[in-house]
Design a protein around this ligand. Structure first.
Ligand SMILES: *Cc1c(COP(=O)(O)O)cnc(C)c1O
Length: 398
C-alpha cells in the first residue's frame, strides 16, 4: 500500500472527526518525522505540545518496555510502585499535596470540576456549584469540559450542555470581579490560552483571580494541560506568575505521547475525594506511570527547562525580526516554546506552504500560527523554519 492507499482506507473506516493533512507518518526521531514515502519533516507541532522530549524517545521507550515486561495493569484496587513514585515527584515539584491520575486532559478537567463542586456539597453549601470560565478557552470535548469551553463551535449541536458555567472575557479583571460571588464554586482558566491563540494571562489578572477566590472562598483551577511540563520554560506556567492554584490539571506532555492525565490539588481541597467518589480503570497504570517517571527524570537530567528557555528566547527573537520584514505579521507572542504569530490574513495557506517545504506548523483561530515544537528542537532547526517562513512571506502577495 502506498500513501494514498492508506489515506483512502482511513477515510473509509475512521469517524470523520478530524480534518487531516494528506501525509502518513511512520517514524520519528527528536524533532524530525518521516512519512511512509520517506519524506522528512521538522516538527513544530509535537503532537500538539505533547512530544516534548522528541519523537521515539529511547529512554521513554526503554522504560515503557521494561515495565511492560513486568506488569501492565492491576487496577486501582491495589497499589503499584511507579504510580506512587510519579505522584511523589509531582507533589515534590509543585504546590500540590496529592495527585489523581487519569488518561487525558479532558478527564483531568472533569476530575477538577467534580472535585470543586464536591467541596461545597460536603460543606452543606448545596447552592454553590457555578464555575467561571474564560471566553476563547479550551478545556476538552467531554460533556463537562465542553460546557467549560468558551468557544461556541465546540458546544454547538450538543446542547443541553452541563449547567452552571459562566463565561467572562479573558484578562479582564473587572469582568471577573463582577462575576465571582458566593455562588461561584471555582474559577477555571489557562495561563496561556493555547487553542484560543497563544494568549498570555497578564500577571495582574492572575493575581486578581487569586485574590478574588481567596476573598470569596472559591477554588482556583489552572488548566496547565498545554502549558505544563516545561512548555513555557518553567515546569509549570504558574511559576512565572508567582501564584499557585488550588487545583491544577496536566496531561499532554506528561507521557511524551502516552495517554496520561493528572489532577493535582491542595490537601484541604482534595480531601473532598474519598473512596468511591471518583475513579478511572486505567488511571495511573504501571506502564504509563513508569514511562512518565522516565519523562520527568530525563527533563531534570538533561536540563530541558534551560534549553526550552534558551531556544524559546532565540526563536521568539527571530520571529519578531520576521515581523519587522513582513507587513502581513500582526504580532508575535508567547513564552518558552509556546509561541504564536498573528497574521493579518488566513494562516492555513502558510501551514500548507511550510509543509511542502518540510516544516510542520499549526494554525489556530484562523489567523494565528502556533509553534509548539519538541523542547529538544535545535537552533539550526529553528533557523530552517525561519528561512522557510521568510521565503513564503516574501513570495505571498496579499
Ligand atoms: C489539549 C487540551 C485539553 C484537552 O486534552 P485532551 O487530552 O485532548 O482531552 C484541555 N485543556 C487544554 C488547555 C488543552 O490544551
Amino acid at each position: 500500500m502506498n500513501e494514498s492507499d492508506w489515506i483512502n482506507l482511513a477515510d473509509q473506516v475512521i469517524a470523520n472527526t478530524y480534518k487531516r493533512f494528506p501525509v502518513v507518518f511512520e517514524s520519528g526521531q527528536g524533532a524530525v518525522l518521516t512519512d511512509v514515502e520517506g519524506r522528512a519533516y521538522v516538527d513544530f507541532v509535537a503532537g500538539i505540545a505533547v512530544c516534548n522530549l522528541g519523537h521515539a524517545n529511547q529512554g521513554v521507550a526503554d522504560a515503557l518496555a521494561a515495565q511492560a515486561k513486568k506488569l501492565f495493569h492491576v487496577s486501582n484496587l491495589f497499589y503499584t510502585t511507579p504510580q506512587a513514585e510519579l505522584a511523589q515527584w509531582l507533589v515534590d515539584h509543585s504546590f500540590a499535596d496529592r495527585v489523581f491520575f487519569c488518561n487525558s486532559g479532558a478527564e483531568a478537567n472533569e476530575a477538577a470540576i467534580k472535585l470543586a463542586r464536591k467541596n461545597f456539597f460536603d460543606k452543606g453549601n448545596y447552592n454553590r456549584w457555578r464555575i467561571i470560565a474564560m471566553e476563547q478557552s479550551f478545556h476538552g470535548r467531554t460533556y463537562a469540559t465542553l460546557s467549560a469551553t468558551g468557544q461556541k463551535k465546540v458546544r454547538e449541536g450538543f446542547e443541553p450542555i452541563l449547567e452552571g458555567f459562566d463565561f467572562v472575557p479573558f484578562n479582564d479583571i473587572d469582568a471577573l470581579a463582577a462575576n465571582v460571588s458566593e455562588k461561584t464554586c471555582a474559577v477555571l482558566l489557562e495561563l496561556i490560552q493555547g487553542e484560543g491563540g497563544v494568549l498570555c494571562a497578564s500577571p495582574e489578572y492572575i493575581k486578581a483571580a487569586r485574590r478574588l477566590c481567596d476573598e470569596t472562598g472559591a477554588i482556583l483551577i489552572f488548566d496547565e494541560i498545554q502549558t505544563g511540563m516545561g512548555r513555557t520554560g518553567k515546569l509549570f506556567a504558574y511559576e512565572h506568575y508567582g501564584v499557585a492554584p488550588d487545583i491544577m490539571t496536566l496531561a499532554k506532555a506528561l507521557g511524551n505521547g502516552l495517554p496520561i492525565g493528572a489532577m493535582l490539588a491542595m490537601e484541604d481541597v482534595v480531601r473532598a475525594f474519598t473512596p468511591g467518589s471518583h475513579a478511572s480503570t486505567f488511571g495511573g497504570t504501571p506502564v504509563i506511570t513508569a514511562a512518565a517517571l522516565e519523562v520527568v527524570r530525563q527533563m531534570e537530567r538533561d536540563d530541558i527547562l534551560a534549553s526550552c528557555r534558551e531556544t524559546g528566547a532565540y526563536f521568539k527573537e527571530r520571529l519578531t525580526a520576521l515581523k519587522d520584514r513582513h507587513d502581513v505579521i500582526a504580532d508575535v507572542r508567547g513564552v518558552g516554546l509556546m509561541l504564536g504569530m498573528r497574521l493579518k490574513t488566513a494562516g492555513a495557506p502558510i501551514v500548507e506552504a511550510c509543509m511542502k517545504k518540510g516544516y510542520l506548523i499549526n494554525c489556530t483561530q484562523e489567523t494565528i500560527l502556533r509553534f509548539i515544537p519538541p523542547l529538544v528542537i535545535t537552533r539550526a532547526q529553528v533557523d530552517g523554519l525561519i528561512a522557510c517562513l521568510d521565503d513564503i512571506f516574501s513570495n505571498t502577495h496579499t
